[in-house]
Design a protein around this ligand. Structure first.
Ligand SMILES: Nc1nc2c(c(=O)[nH]1)N[C@H]1C(S)=C(S)[C@@H](COP(=O)(O)OP(=O)(O)OC[C@H]3O[C@@H](n4cnc5c(=O)[nH]c(N)nc54)[C@H](O)[C@@H]3O)O[C@H]1N2
Ligand SMILES: Nc1nc2c(c(=O)[nH]1)N[C@H]1C(S)=C(S)[C@@H](COP(=O)(O)OP(=O)(O)OC[C@H]3O[C@@H](n4cnc5c(=O)[nH]c(N)nc54)[C@H](O)[C@@H]3O)O[C@H]1N2
Ligand SMILES: [Mo]
Length: 877
């Protein structure tokens, strides 16, 4: 209760009224999903007989946004009484069915109310007490970052200080002195003279370059109706119950396939929560050793002639000596690599077993099932490519997947999935109209990563790229030198670190210990500014903090497209809390203060943007081709919402779409929108060549190795090979010092560093160290003990939870916990996984989050309390 009380006081509701309404909502939430034997089809039906239903009469249900970085955007509704959201529910707009699923949210979406009304919301602009603008050690006092006190400042002061610092820094050092991890739009920064961005990959690990170069397209999943035809589904390092919870959910779609007779195998170091509900078999695999396990599968297929030779001959190059790409005849081929012709090591199951941890029998059985069951869907999690060898693992996944020939027919897929579950292949059936918001070109012309289209089209121009690699970021900041991938070591003078809009600069990236050291170093970074909703991970290390409105507080709400068949729409739920302002307002005011015309960034009233995107949405007719306007837009609508649009016909009146909170196209098995990746290519490869150098799937891929060579980091072979991870399982030196491999997994209760502060979820889903009983006994710890987890990169604490589902030698923590540095010991009591992640540069700049080792000791200092009891991070100003 305490974490929402402040808001109620502000709104003038009495505490008694509030307790009444919130007790009602708590009861409703319980009723909504949890009552056993509940046969209701909709949430409203479930409420019908509830004794508290009469409490939901004085307000209205309004469609409400859900926006954090799980990448899904499910339907959400808030019951609003007198401007206060008192309860939530999710999609109950029609009965749920496999063909026409409700777009139901997960526990995080259903807890947005606790998030937006949380005591950790930023209330006012703030400044660090011992920081003053102007640069120079006596103004900056960098060593106090993360431990100074906060003081409230006015918006006028906040804007003047921020615009003043941007201008001063750009004038003195140039636009490259401003730095931000480029994620969402950064219009204000671009307008002030550009900024240095960070290159490399965070989420997609080693995937983008191999996928683009080897098959001519990045992610290209089949869709959910195609998946339903699969006879075998292999979930390789993915946990949909954690990671693809919303929007109908991969878990549901796998269940539908199971109902239709599919078998499901999980390959994972953990018998994860999804495997518990869905798996027919579980094959263990140590983190970062998937390449070895896959190579051994290939060996077994070749030895027993189980692979699809006809498919390889027709659609692929590089499998054997007779099918090399033009000009590469005589180069190494995949089959001979697997048989050991080049290195004298046949990649037998007996070879792979001690590396990956799966028994030779399990490997043979897996290979046999993958090669002989058609159609098969092989779905990899992105975790598999967030290791040192992420690129090589991606190469191997494709090659071995293609050996089974499971491409191009319903039920077939060889691909990765993320939060959307990888079930949205094919064109959008319903699409939003264009955004009116603009981002001026970044004058400092920096680089985020090679665009896949540039690789495919041969337009990759290395001279365009100047950014800092993730692995180099914090040392570049501390030393003023960066490793440029064309010019070697060059000077770089980062003077301001900025986080505006979505994305976290510090916590979510490798090298948190280095980040803190760099930010606290005298004479270096002069200004750190963050805008956010709550006292987030980046706020802690900032000099100036700007409170932003959540989408619940914005007039236009927020519009999204969770799946190809649905858009979600939201309305304003409540007034902005305390002094929070929309992101666009912050951008516009900074520009004005800096002498830049804000209309270069968007329309005079940007709140109309979301309405315009809905008004101009399009939808495809059941024929699968004809496009029509979704909304019928009248002159009256245009006048009411002040839209710069023309009236037009459409399927549904505009206001009806706004009120509904979603528009979802009803689908059925066999409809015109059913999509299987690469179907055209498989049907007629000559008429539909791939956008690769050879026009075919390239197991041997020179485009890939050439592209990666440009980075002058770790070279990559054109042929898929198993490459052990530096600091991974088979790194003997690392193993001697640090016996355990550690994984950071994406857990139910958090979206990365967001929601960890919502204590109601934290209490239900503890975020402890998952450790096998055998290892716990070796370390000498039991449930509830505090363990010190450490390596060469840092030290952190976590409470123990024995979990025999984790393979011995591997431990796991939920990633996304926010650093809580104990200044006396240098230990992170918050257990941010990135305290211990490796900071060395890897090939395409990927962050090797999951290939690192640690040692474990029972902690003898002050033990950790359960984390839901830890105080929220709140700046009291
Ligand atoms: N060790 C380890 N690290 C990882 C991972 C891992 O597996 N292991 N996973 C990686 C992956 S896959 C990803 S995608 C990243 C995700 O990392 P991030 O993209 O950094 O996600 P969040 O931690 O949720 O941080 C987003 C921040 O932006 C704020 N925010 C969101 N929307 C807005 C907005 O509209 N305006 C403003 N002003 N603020 C907003 C949120 O409140 C939050 O503080 O983490 C990566 N980090
Ligand atoms: N609730 C929630 N959902 C989310 C997110 C979130 O933060 N919270 N994040 C969203 C985002 S941005 C992304 S990218 C996706 C994340 O999706 P992923 O990156 O796939 O998720 P992870 O939790 O890192 O890993 C999933 C499974 O892979 C296993 N695994 C880890 N390493 C390896 C390996 O080397 N080999 C094999 N075979 N298995 C391995 C883990 O044990 C775990 O069971 O989830 C999205 N959904
Ligand atoms: Mo991600």
């Amino acid at each position: 209760m305490s974490n929402t009380f402040t808001v109620i006081e502000k709104k003038g509701l009495s505490r008694r009224d509030f307790l009444k309404t919130s007790a009602a909502s708590a009861a409703l939430l319980t009723l909504a999903g949890c009552s056993p034997g509940n046969s209701a089809n909709t949430v409203s039906e479930a409420y019908a007989d509830s004794p508290v239903e009469h409490d939901l009469v004085n307000g209205e249900w309004r469609p409400a946004a859900c926006w954090q970085t799980c990448h899904v955007r499910c339907v959400n509704n808030a019951y609003v009484v007198d401007g206060i959201p008192i309860a939530q529910k999710t999609d109950d707009s029609h009965p749920d069915s496999p063909d026409f699923p409700q777009i139901r949210g997960c526990i995080k979406g259903r807890s947005v109310r606790q998030y937006v009304l949380g005591a950790d919301r930023l209330k006012y602009p703030m400044k660090r007490k011992n920081w003053q603008p102007g640069g120079g050690d006596s103004n900056v006092n960098a060593e106090l970052r993360g431990k100074d006190e906060w003081e409230r400042i006015s918006w006028d002061e906040a804007i003047e200080i921020t615009a003043g610092e941007f201008k001063r820094i750009v004038d003195a050092y140039g636009g490259t002195a401003l730095c931000s991890r480029m994620l969402d739009r950064l219009p204000a920064l671009a307008a002030f003279g550009g900024y240095t961005s960070i290159w490399g990959s965070q989420s997609s690990g080693g995937n983008p370059e191999p996928l683009s170069a080897m098959r001519g397209t990045d992610k290209l999943n089949s869709d959910r109706f195609s998946l339903r035809r699969a006879k075998l589904i292999v979930m390789w390092g993915f946990c949909p119950i954690h990671n693809a919870t919303g929007a109908g959910g991969l878990t549901n779609y796998i269940r539908h396939a199971k109902d239709a007779g599919a078998k499901v195998i999980f390959v994972d170091p953990i018998f994860n929560n999804s495997a518990q509900g869905l798996a027919d078999e579980w094959v263990v695999c140590r983190p970062g050793t998937d390449g070895a396990l896959l190579a051994a599968c290939a060996y077994h297929m070749i030895e027993n002639n189980l692979h699809d030779q006809a498919f390889l001959d027709k659609y692929c190059v590089g499998f054997d000596a007779d099918h090399m790409p033009p000009g590469e005849e005589g180069q190494e081929n995949f089959k001979d690599y697997i048989l050991g012709a080049y290195d004298g090591t046949p990649k037998t199951p007996e070879w792979a077993s001690p590396i990956c941890g799966a028994s030779p029998e399990a490997i043979r059985s897996l290979a046999e099932q993958m090669a002989t069951t058609k159609p098969m869907s092989l779905k990899f999690g992105q975790s598999t490519v967030r290791s040192y060898n992420g690129v090589e693992t991606a190469q191997m996944c494709l090659a071995v997947g293609w050996m089974t020939g499971n491409v191009g027919q319903h039920g077939m897929e060889i691909d990765w999935c993320d939060g959307d579950g990888g079930v949205n292949g094919g064109d959008n059936i319903v699409s939003l109209g264009p955004s009116l918001m603009k981002t001026p070109p970044n004058a400092a012309a920096t680089y985020s990563r090679v665009a896949n289209t540039d690789i495919i089209n041969g337009r990759f121009k290395p001279e365009q790229y100047y950014g800092i690699g993730y692995a180099d970021w914090w040392s570049a900041m501390a030393t003023g030198k960066q490793q440029h991938f064309l010019d070697g070591e060059i000077d770089i003078n980062i003077k301001a670190l900025v986080k505006f809009g979505r994305g976290c600069n510090t916590n979510q990236n490798i090298g948190m210990t280095e980040a803190i050291a760099a930010l606290r170093m005298p004479g270096r970074v002069e200004f750190v500014v963050t805008s956010d909703f709550v006292m987030s991970a980046d706020c802690i290390w900032s000099d100036v903090v700007l409170p932003a409105c959540t989408p619940w507080e914005r007039k236009g709400g927020r519009t999204d497209a969770p799946t190809k068949e649905c858009i979600t729409i939201s309305k304003q739920i409540m007034e902005p809390i305390f002094e929070a302002k929309p992101d666009w307002w912050i951008d516009y005011e900074l520009c004005k203060a800096g002498g830049i015309d804000p209309l270069t960034l968007g329309p005079e009233d940007p709140e109309i943007n979301e309405y315009c995107r809905i008004a101009e949405a399009t939808v495809i007719l059941p024929d699968g081709e004809t496009e029509e306007s979704l909304c019928e837009l009248t002159a009256a609508d245009i006048a009411e919402f002040n839209l710069p649009l023309e009236p037009h016909e459409g399927r549904v009146p505009f206001k009806e779409v706004l009120d509904a909170g979603k528009y979802q196209v009803e689908r059925s098995d066999g409809d015109a929108f059913m999509f299987t990746a690469f179907e055209d290519y498989i049907k007629d490869p000559d008429a539909n060549p791939l956008k690769t150098a050879s026009g075919k799937f390239e197991i041997f891929c020179r485009t890939l190795s050439d592209c990666i060579d440009i980075f002058q980091t770790t070279p990559v072979s054109p042929l898929p090979k198993y490459v052990p991870c530096v600091e991974g399982y088979d790194d003997a030196e690392a193993a001697a010092n640090y016996p355990y491999q550690i994984l950071g997994i994406h857990i139910v209760r958090q979206a990365h560093s967001s929601y960890g502060n919502v204590k109601s979820i934290a209490e239900y889903f503890a975020n402890n160290l998952m450790i096998n009983d055998i290892d716990a006994a070796k370390v000498g710890v039991v449930n509830g003990d505090t363990v010190l987890i450490s390596n060469q990169y840092g030290k952190m604490l976590r409470r123990v939870q024995l979990d025999p589902r984790v393979m011995p030698g591997v431990i796991a923590v939920g990633q996304g916990c926010v650093t809580d540095l104990d200044e006396a010991t240098g230990i992170d009591r918050g257990c941010n996984m990135n305290t211990v992640t490796p900071t060395h540069m890897v090939s395409v700049g990927l962050q090797a989050f999951n290939s690192v080792r640690v040692k474990l000791e029972k902690y003898t200092g002050t033990p950790l309390e359960p984390d839901y009891l830890r105080p929220q991070v709140i700046a009291n100003v």
